[in-house]
Ligand binder design. Structure first.
Ligand SMILES: [Zn+2]
Length: 536
């Protein structure tokens, strides 16, 4: 049973005066907000500057034109949440502070933000701004169950000149609602309930657009930013944000504020603010020899789970160090400063997600679950997906292809599981109708997590490429991607160029390799080129 707020902290629940805190305080370095420029001193009033125009209300994603905003670039999010698990509500003191730089002369600009939370004020560099909210356009789905994305429109008291740094504070409160996706799965701020009515906090899984259900943001991966997350919760609850724990401080009214900092650029869909009665442990570390760094491991398991389920979670999670070491030898040094996981008990979610530094596992009806294969999949995403991110949602094949490949390759090499070559054969020999949706032309947001085109086929495409060029060149290619596109995004063209350039093939065969990738990514039918066509 999940607890009510008046219960004592379960064994293992963190308390703020424990001896671990002093060490934890040394880990994080709070990111600094960009220096604010006084807009009133710099800029023309919006009405006086004909050149000052509204920022774009889309970043033109083929599947999600509702998402993303132009005219500025976010450098840092500081998300302060005052959360009451008993009512699943955000109260006074909840404010998101966004440090950005203008990339055009702005008369107004927008954030992605759902209308379920009530905004009490918006300031820019301390000056009150006017704001309103509306649905983003166009309609995402005809299905009335699907959540329509919202926009927060902000009009500064004076225009913001291109190149100016500015700081926006949005103060809000209320009950965040999860987002229902086009495939009718739920994401974003999900109330963490093991059964209906048995709820102990929040479970944040934001892919693709869920972040805007709990903080205003430029909700698109081309605008990565550093993040600090301060979550105030009643004593006895643990709150997990993105990155490393900077402090854990007792506050008034029997509350504790957990402050986390992530100083590596983060896509909004990979952020966390998960709260619950967790068995929490940050005493473990792992050593990544490729980067010569020791990383803290933050572990959180829903304390209400059956003991056997929690033991199985710990057993699976004990593979994190060897999994990270296996992957870093192939993909390059681990890209972030900590690792960990949240094994919650929220069966309504039904999937795991690769939240940056802390993969989230939703568990099933019986309790928290971390599947060992899924764990490797989510760890592989830390490189492929989180560090190097697909540039559009149409290109999610990049994230999922690599994670699927890594899961199979690891299983074969470490556990003696099915060989990657056999996996390739199974995929290419499977029913023709599996191939109707092309990975790079998904056609609809409802196909975003479609198993065959998004996971299996791109995973097999990568395995086929490995068979064509050999493991040495293949993993050199992977490391080139994580070097050249670190903390950034990648689209299809540079991916294919790098694969061809790193192939060592002569011009004729290199041309055939381009056709191979085109077929595997774009053909609405079975590809005809396989590794057998490249054997000399
Ligand atoms: Zn994945």
């Amino acid at each position: 049973m999940n607890g009510s707020p008046d219960r004592d902290p379960p064994p293992g629940a963190a308390v703020c005066d424990d001896p671990g805190i002093a060490r934890r305080l040394l880990i994080g370095t709070p990111a600094l907000l960009a220096t604010a420029t006084t807009i009133l001193g710099l800029c023309l009033p919006a009405s006086a500057g004909a050149a000052f125009t509204p920022g774009a209300t889309t970043l033109g994603d083929p599947l999600f034109p509702q998402i993303g905003n132009g005219g500025y670039d976010v450098g840092h999010y500081d998300i302060a949440l005052n959360y009451a698990p008993a009512t699943n509500s955000l109260g006074a003191g909840t404010v998101t502070t966004i440090a950005a730089v203008a990339t055009q002369d702005l008369s107004s600009f927008t954030f992605d933000f759902q209308p379920d939370l009530q905004i009490s004020g918006v300031t820019i560099d301390g000056h009150a701004a006017t704001f309103n909210q509306r649905d983003a356009k166009p309609r995402l789905s005809r299905n009335p169950k699907v959540t329509q994305p919202g926009k927060l429109i902000i009009v500064p008291p004076a225009g913001i000149a291109t190149g100016s740094n500015f700081v926006v504070k949005v103060t809000y409160s209320g009950v965040p609602e999860p987002i229902t996706d086009a495939d009718v799965s739920i994401e974003g701020w999900v109330r963490a309930c093991s059964t209906p009515g048995n709820c102990d906090g929040s479970f944040t899984v934001n892919e693709p657009i869920g972040a805007q259900s709990w903080f205003p943001c430029n909700n698109y991966m081309t605008d990565k930013a550093t993040v600090s997350t301060e979550i105030t919760v009643p004593n006895g609850y643990t709150a997990l944000g993105t990155g490393e724990l900077a402090s854990c401080v007792a506050g008034p009214g029997e509350t504790t504020t957990w402050s986390w900092t992530e100083d590596d650029p983060t896509a909004t869909y990979l952020t966390s603010a998960s709260v619950g009665r967790f068995e929490y442990d940050d005493s473990q570390t792992l050593f990544d020899p490729t980067g010569s760094v020791t990383l803290p491991i933050y572990a959180a398991i829903d304390s209400a789970g059956p003991a056997s389920a929690k033991d199985e979670v710990r057993d699976a999670a004990s593979q994190i160090p060897s999994g990270i070491n296996f992957l870093s030898r192939r993909f390059g040094p681990y890209p972030f400063d900590s690792v960990g996981y949240v094994a919650d008990w929220v069966p309504a979610v039904g999937y795991a997600l690769e939240n940056q530094t802390k993969p989230h596992f939703a568990g099933d009806k019986r309790g928290p679950v971390v599947d060992p294969g899924e764990l490797v999949h989510e760890l592989a995403h830390q490189w492929m997906g989180n560090d190097v991110t697909a540039r559009t949602w149409q290109e999610i094949w990049f994230n999922e292809g690599w994670a699927t490949f890594a899961e199979i390759y690891f299983d074969a090499r470490v556990n003696g599981g099915e060989s990657p070559k056999k996996f390739f054969r199974t995929v290419i020999r499977s029913k023709g109708k599996n191939f109707r949706i092309a990975p790079a032309d998904l056609g609809s947001a409802a196909n975003l997590f479609s198993g065959f085109p998004v996971y299996s086929r791109p995973g097999a495409m990568l395995e086929g490429y490995r068979e064509i060029v050999g493991s040495k060149r293949f993993f050199a290619f992977a490391r080139a991607l994580t070097t050249e596109h670190a903390y950034s995004t990648i689209s299809e063209r540079p991916f294919v160029n790098a694969a061809v350039n790193g192939s060592g093939l002569r011009p004729n065969a290199a041309g055939k390799l381009r056709t191979y990738f085109r077929q595997w990514l774009h053909r609405e039918g079975k590809p005809t080129l396989t590794p057998a066509d490249f054997r000399r």
